[in-house]
Design a protein around this ligand. Structure first.
Ligand code: DC
Length: 225
């Protein structure tokens, strides 16, 4: 049967890692909706548009042609913007620092929400983000809210950057994540909140496999795995 799984939570909680693994396990599609906001931010920065200039950002959004590809061999959909696959260019510090401003923009959110609903309408999909269970797909079959303490999320991100050979201070990362949490949770439109009917999973003291097992156990309970 065709199912839709919504996964929300704050930055660095492990949503995308878990979503990818779950997509592989269930042979579902996976769409990272944060990447859609990131793609617009990336293009705006590239074109030298002032991120705070709402009118310019809306103008840009109207001329952007965004396509989400069918899933690749890892079940991941790529983001094509004006004919270019930008999927692997979206996790830069510059995009990190500017994306929450773009994600606050009403016109952009409306556009993205509509696209996301269209993509989900054919089912068998895992979508992660901030407002999937609350706004985009309120009728999703499963809703999970994945979180972890600020310290743990910062530590994971710090480790990831160090593994990539980047020297960064843990305190600085913690400050940046706290600021993103604040922006995502306090914005007027579709703020990050747990949907009432979402299952809360705190991953602070869990391994990736343990989190995955937990999600699968909820899905299995209803006989879908
Ligand atoms: O998950 P991420 O870090 O890639 O998200 C990037 C930004 O986009 C972050 O500021 C939250 C925002 N976002 C959103 O507002 N709604 C979503 N459904 C997904 C992400």
């Amino acid at each position: 049967m065709s199912k839709v799984i919504a996964i929300d939570g704050p930055a660095g909680a492990g949503k995308s890692t878990i979503s990818r693994l779950l997509a592989r396990k269930l042979a579902y599609r996976y769409l990272d909706t944060g990447a859609m906001y990131r793609a617009i931010t990336y293009l705006a920065l590239e074109e030298g548009i002032d991120i705070h200039d709402t009118e310019e950002i809306v103008k840009l959004s109207k001329k952007i042609e965004m396509q989400i590809t069918p899933p690749d061999e890892n079940h991941i959909s790529h983001i094509i913007i004006n004919g270019r696959d930008v999927t692997d260019s979206l996790r830069t510090k510059e995009v990190d620092l500017n994306v929450s401003t773009v994600a606050k923009n009403k016109a952009i959110r409306e556009l993205m929400t509509e696209m996301q609903r269209n993509i989900a309408s054919s089912g068998n999909i895992i979508m992660d983000g901030r407002d999937i269970g609350t706004r985009v797909l309120p009728d999703a079959d499963y809703k999970f809210f994945i979180t972890a303490s600020l310290e743990e999320r910062a530590r994971r991100r710090w480790k990831e950057l160090r593994e990539k050979g980047l020297e960064v201070s843990l305190a600085e990362i913690e400050k940046e994540i706290a600021e993103r949490d604040r922006e995502d949770s306090t914005r007027e439109l579709a703020p990050l909140v747990k949907a009432e009917d979402a299952i809360l999973i705190d991953t602070s003291n869990l391994s990736i496999q343990e989190v995955l097992d937990k999600l699968i156990s909820y899905i299995k309970d209803e006989g879908n795995v």
